[in-house]
Design a protein around this ligand. Structure first.
Ligand code: CA
Ligand code: CA
Length: 285
């Protein structure tokens, strides 16, 4: 019995020594791990800051927005831009005075249905852009979304804001340059759309992270149409007091490359519902 006890005691003592020595290396490892964890914390904090900063946000119905910085740009096209129209001139400097959030994508059918509970579309698919949306109805969507989020900050972009965001700092015919042979990487238009809209966000974005600014559906802006830019506002505000027809921008799945240019403008009555026209929205900061 005594022998057994002493054997057990001996084993215990050995175990204790083993534990103490391994404990030492454990604590070294622990120290290393703590250091790693500290580094991880720093990395995590950085990542969190990136996601918590205000350059992007997702609203209550899952729409993604990116912050467009205030700044100056030259609106319209020069005389020597191939196939440009006179309604894109005179070129003039516009100062966008406030940052604003712009929808990363065209408003989708899924988002439209969540807010309006109607399906006026010609094509069918959750991630397809909403189309056959009149200017009047786009504004009804915006009113309903503002009510839903108890805000008054959502609206259509002004024409100047739209072109500023579409150009994203560029002065070329397209946000990727002047060569329309590259348009297929950035846009759904009559050459590659197979005569229909396509899910938003599949093509390359522009330099500010906006998708489908060229093509897919053309997009309503706030302004009334004027046949040239003489007397156009230079502070990025909407231009009303025109002919009553509203401007839409960017070209569509049915457009040729000329109508997908950053400066191109089109216009139609605010009640028109076309399967080529949808919209994207902005939110004031
Ligand atoms: Ca578009
Ligand atoms: Ca035009």
């Amino acid at each position: 019995m005594l022998k057994k006890i002493s054997v057990i005691l001996l084993i215990c003592a050995l175990l204790a020594v083993t534990l103490m020595t391994s404990g030492c290396s454990d604590s070294e490892e622990t120290a290393e791990m703590e250091q790693d964890t500290d580094q991880d914390d720093i990395l995590t904090e950085t990542a969190v800051e990136e996601t918590l900063d205000d350059s992007t946000f997702i609203n209550s119905i899952g729409m993604e927005f990116v912050k467009i910085p205030a700044g100056d740009f030259i609106m319209g096209s020069p005389e020597d831009e191939a196939y440009s129209d006179n309604d894109e001139r005179p070129q003039h400097t516009v100062s966008i005075e406030n940052d604003f959030y712009m929808g990363v994508y065209e408003v989708t059918q899924k988002e439209w249905i969540k807010v309006m509970d109607t399906e006026p579309f010609y094509f069918e698919g959750d991630d397809l852009p909403a189309e056959k949306i009149s200017w009047n109805n786009a504004n009804k969507f915006i009113e309903a979304l503002n009510r839903l989020e108890d805000t008054d900050k959502y609206r259509l972009p002004t024409e100047a804001e739209w072109e500023y965001a579409a150009r994203a700092g560029t002065t070329s015919a397209f946000s990727f340059g002047d060569d329309s042979a590259e348009l297929a990487y950035y846009a759904w238009y009559d050459d590659n759309s197979e005569d229909k809209t396509n899910p938003v966000g599949l093509k390359e974005p522009n330099p500010w992270g906006l998708y489908d600014m060229h093509g897919n559906v053309a997009e309503w802006v706030q302004d009334e149409y004027h046949s040239n830019y003489f007397k156009a506002p230079t502070d990025g505000s909407e231009w009303t007091d025109g002919v009553g027809r509203r401007v839409f921008r960017g070209g569509s799945w049915a457009s040729d490359e000329v109508d997908c240019r950053s400066a191109d403008r089109d216009e139609i009555g605010p009640g028109s519902q076309m399967d080529e026209i949808g919209f994207r929205i902005v939110k004031e900061v």
